[in-house]
Write a protein that binds this ligand. Structure first.
Ligand SMILES: [Zn+2]
Length: 412
């Protein structure tokens, strides 16, 4: 059986029929529909010689043993957000099955090849993304906090996991799976508009953005909307409003893909007859370069202080969450670039705004690279998420060829 990229597209449609509805994909992790998708996947791999195992975090592995125990990993996630798209995560897994089929045709490969379907990449039910990959990568350190998490129905995370054979306390034992892993490849839809805007089907991902997420609180004085003259006001919202606009020139000045979002402002007392006393603003800043990310944060802090002074209010910063940029492996990036040029003529290098399982694997020290395929209109996490079939087919070809090149490198 040679590589058949059209089959991948047909199988993705089949999966959508089986696990989606009129509102989109419904493969939320730790649900019956997710389980059905995993069983479907098991059936697809059954025709190859790959052996299935499920690790302590619920990750589903399919191993094609090679002449050496050094392993090439190909990964994706079959879980989706509620009302999600048909490709996010699933493309990587189903394309990986096609690569396994093609490899299983020949005598055993020189290195072991493993396809992994990571458990709960999206974190849709319990708000904890990258569950399975962080357990395997050894970076899961929030078990205590996860123990008390519940879903919208009040079901606890440990109970939902144990229904699927996973014990939260031992999930980190999944780290044993990465022993022997020598490279990790992940194909994903871009989920953004960049490749479409340059009219290219495929791109090579340089790494995932570092993120700084803060709550910025401006504090002024509540005062009567009728009796307080304009020049006597201490309006907290004025500070937040100025900052919401200033982040644009700051992102432009820092450049190189910098993005910055004022995601919301909560005003108190929040009534039409009062000047705003406190404005709690949510700020999200992202960059691929740690130094530039720090600079962008510094510039925003300086601007906020200046606006606070201008408006006679106070400002304070509270860090909500952050992560360092994660850069993929330089030599695998070159190999991926060469592959994309061979398959599609022209390559394009770009960072990833969203996090991916690949970031966790890379953090664990395993040489990693990702391929992106164009997303139509840049949309994802919605039923209208789509990619042209011919681009999907090219992406399967590229993943297959990159796997071959990586195997050659690992065995050379
Ligand atoms: Zn995804």
């Amino acid at each position: 059986m040679g590589l058949d990229p059209k089959r991948t597209v047909a199988e993705l449609r089949e999966l959508q029929q089986l696990t989606g509805d009129a509102d989109g994909a419904q493969r939320v992790a730790w649900t019956d529909t997710w389980q059905r998708a995993r069983e479907w996947l098991r059936g697809k791999v059954a025709g190859t010689r790959a052996e299935e195992t499920v690790d302590a975090a619920g990750n589903q592995w399919f191993t094609l043993h090679g002449d050496s125990d050094r392993a090439l990993l190909i990964g994706g996630h079959i879980d989706s957000v509620p009302n999600g798209g048909w490709l996010d995560g699933a493309l990587n897994v189903v394309a990986g099955v096609e690569v396994l089929r093609r490899l299983a045709d020949d005598a055993s490969p020189p290195v072991t090849v493993r396809l992994v379907n990571w458990a709960d990449e999206e974190g849709a039910r319990f708000g904890r993304s990258l569950f399975g990959s962080s357990a395997a990568a050894g970076s899961m350190s929030d078990q205590d906090e996860l123990r008390s998490r519940t879903d919208a129905q009040g079901i606890s995370l440990p109970d939902a996991l144990s229904e699927h054979g996973v014990q939260l306390d031992s999930a980190s034992d999944a780290s044993a799976e990465l022993e022997g892993a020598a490279a990790y490849l992940e194909l994903h839809i871009e989920q953004g508009p960049v490749l479409e805007s340059v009219d290219l089907p495929l791109g090579v991902v340089l790494g995932t953005f570092g993120v700084e997420r803060h709550q910025v609180t401006f504090r002024g004085q509540a005062a009567h909307a009728g009796s307080t003259p304009m020049d006597k006001r201490r309006d907290a919202l004025a500070g937040a409003a100025k900052l919401a606009l200033e982040i644009r020139p700051i992102a432009a000045e820092v450049g190189a893909g910098a993005v910055c979002t004022s995601g919301g402002v909560v005003c108190k007392p929040g009534i039409v007859t009062s000047v705003v006393e406190t404005a709690e603003q949510l700020l999200d800043q992202r960059h691929l370069d740690a130094g530039q990310l720090a600079r962008m944060l510094e510039l925003a802090k300086k601007a906020a202080s200046r606006f606070a002074e201008e408006e006679d209010v106070e400002v304070s910063w509270q860090r909500i969450w952050g992560i360092e940029p994660i850069l993929f492996d330089a030599s695998l990036i070159e190999l991926a670039d060469e592959t994309v040029r061979e398959v599609a003529g022209t390559s394009h290098r770009l960072p990833s705004g969203p996090l991916h399982d690949a970031a966790e694997v890379s953090r664990a020290g395993i040489p990693t690279v990702m391929l992106f395929v164009q997303s139509l209109r840049g949309l994802s996490h919605t039923k209208v998420e789509d990619t042209k079939p011919e681009h999907l087919e090219l992406s399967v070809q590229a993943l297959d060829r990159l796997a071959d090149k990586t195997i050659a490198r690992l065995s050379g």
